[in-house]
Design a protein around this ligand. Structure first.
Ligand code: HEC
Ligand code: HEC
Ligand code: HEC
Length: 464
């Protein structure tokens, strides 16, 4: 055989082999695997963990000239945006995947943005073909059905990333009534001037509408007060997530020197115990009597009743077609298109993950250029609890329910209008320029998120 024909044969052989390998790795997982096994196979082939984990296993070509910087950039950026490990381990253990992770992966599948195109050039098995995409979306739907039941939504909205607020969640009514009294009781503060309601007014959207709150002796805090409405749906409390439950949270303010300033719960128990009527009522619900544990439990029971169902948007999700105007519906479509519904997912439209403030643009650098004040301790976010560098500037995402009533916005209370909050989100979190018309539509949509408390649409006395 001539040398040139040998070469042609060899080349043809390579192409054929390549095609076989390509098929072998790029073919969709077996149809008889269950949805979880299919998803695992798709994510393994897609190399998601190569770029989205704390300890990425670098591919074989990582040391090729040029590849190193390219890969390092992708891995650094990929891990900053998304940690895939919790999702992979939930799938492996057949547990609930976080609603935010489901929403984020669903969005990248819909946009076709993962794995990045340059990754398949060198890792050609990774492509998400349409068969794989269908399987992956099916997994997401099944995980939602199994772990996040959505009985209130109309058929067409059952698989949305956002679910309507239920009319109630389990709680003990007698204990909640005591909690309501405690929530409004200034005896929880050292000088008898401040109650929970001072900073989380029931008639002011569950907030104080101040940049920073004012505690006893007119002392100022250093972070904006989030609302107590629907806080029960958050996976952790506070901007840095330092309280796991509402009861843990309620133990904080009474002893916080700039909020309520008590030296210990003994002091509070003594004051409340001296009120015989109250102590007697309290023992009827809690035979063990007044203590830090029972006081904070009662407050948490009350907060479980601070729900605001039946907003116009929720009525729309429940199937009331005319609950939203055409513009408000376009605003919702844009909200999803612009990825807002990934971090702001679930019943409370947030509260379920820690997210970097400034994913796409450096928020803090820009803020410092515009103000004289430097970074504060509060800006560190989740890092204050974990001391893990990746958590610096990462915040427990706020929920967006009743957002029209809870100005000013952001943990630093730096933004006074909803329009500006939307524009900044598009810029810093999504990396997209947003037109004034789009900002207007999204804001109109956000205005439909005001719900009802005790059957009456929530309003804010500070606007009167
Ligand atoms: C070569 C590295 C690489 C691989 C492989 C990769 N990603 Fe990514 N991913 C990135 C980078 C870089 C970003 C940052 C933003 C961007 O470019 O969109 C990102 C962003 C994301 C985001 C967040 C999107 C956002 O805008 O917040 C999700 C979710 C995601 N990837 C999921 C996946 C999944 C699922 C897979 C596997 C099918 C995957 N990625 C594979 C590099 C990668
Ligand atoms: C002086 C004002 C002030 C008082 C009084 C106060 N809070 Fe707060 N509250 C805040 C601020 C500010 C934050 C945010 C602090 C942070 O995240 O570090 C907060 C956070 C919370 C959160 C977390 C919400 C979320 O989305 O993370 C809940 C719940 C809450 N407070 C309930 C209460 C209860 C219950 C009381 C009474 C026992 C109370 N607060 C008293 C100002 C106050
Ligand atoms: C990557 C996650 C992420 C995405 C995507 C995202 N947000 Fe946010 N959002 C956050 C975080 C985190 C905060 C809190 C930031 C802070 O306080 O510094 C926030 C705050 C907000 C607030 C202020 C809430 C308050 O109570 O102060 C609004 C309004 C908001 N986002 C709307 C949007 C809109 C509209 C979009 C889409 C254009 C969007 N978000 C996209 C994570 C995200």
């Amino acid at each position: 055989m001539k040398k040139s024909s040998k070469l042609i044969l060899a080349a043809a052989g390579l192409v054929a082999l390549g095609a076989v390998v390509y098929r072998a790795v790029n073919v969709a997982p077996d149809a008889d695997l269950d949805a979880g096994q299919q998803m695992m196979a798709i994510m393994t082939d897609g190399g998601c963990a190569d770029c989205h984990s704390a300890n990425p296993k670098l591919p074989f070509y990582a040391n090729w000239p040029g590849a190193k910087t390219l890969i390092k950039n992708d891995v650094d950026k990929g891990y900053r945006h998304f940690d895939v490990e919790p999702m992979l381990s939930a799938i492996a253990n057949r547990q609930a995947v976080s609603e935010v992770d489901l929403a984020k992966v669903e969005k990248t599948l819909q946009d076709g943005s993962m794995s990045p195109a340059k990754y398949y050039l060198v890792h050609w098995g990774s492509q998400i073909t349409s068969a794989k995409k269908k399987m992956a979306l099916n997994f997401i739907r099944e995980n939602r059905e199994q772990f996040y039941p959505n009985p209130l939504a109309a058929a067409e909205f059952k698989n949305e990333a956002i679910r309507p607020i239920p009319d109630s969640v389990p709680h003990d009514a007698a204990k909640a009534a005591l909690g309501e009294a405690l929530y409004h009781d200034t005896r929880l503060s050292a000088d008898g001037t401040v109650s929970c309601a001072t900073c989380h007014g029931i008639n002011t959207g569950g907030v104080d509408n101040l940049k920073f709150s004012e505690g006893i002796g007119a002392q100022m805090g250093g972070i904006n007060a989030p609302t107590t409405y629907n806080a029960v749906f958050n996976f952790a409390q506070f901007w840095d997530g330092r309280a796991k439950t509402l009861a843990d949270q309620a133990a904080g303010p009474p002893l916080n020197p700039v909020e309520m300033g008590c030296s210990s719960f003994d002091e509070i128990v003594e004051r409340l115990g001296a009120d015989e009527d109250f102590a007697k009522r309290f023992r009827e619900a809690y035979p063990e009597g007044l203590s830090q544990a029972t006081i904070t439990d009662a407050i948490a029971q009350y907060e479980s009743t601070l729900l605001t169902p039946n907003s116009a948007f929720d009525r729309y999700l429940k199937g009331e077609e005319n609950a939203l105007t055409a513009e408000e519906i376009s605003g919702y479509e844009l909200f999803k298109d612009m990825k807002c519904a990934t971090c702001h997912a679930g019943v409370n439209m947030g509260g379920l993950s820690y997210e970097l403030m400034g994913q796409r643009q450096n928020y803090f650098a820009d803020r410092e250029m515009n103000t004289a004040s430097g970074l504060t301790d509060s800006d560190n976010g989740r890092w204050a609890q974990t001391k893990v560098e990746r958590d610096r500037y990462r915040f427990r995402t706020p929920g967006l329910r009743n957002i029209a009533l809870t100005w000013p916005y952001y943990h630093d209370g730096s933004v006074s209008t909803l329009e500006e909050a939307v524009e900044k989100m598009a810029n810093y979190q999504v990396g997209r320029t947003i037109t004034p018309e789009q900002t207007d539509l999204i804001t109109r949509f956000l205005n439909t998120l005001t719900g009802e408390y005790k059957g009456v649409k929530l309003t804010n006395d500070n606007t009167k």
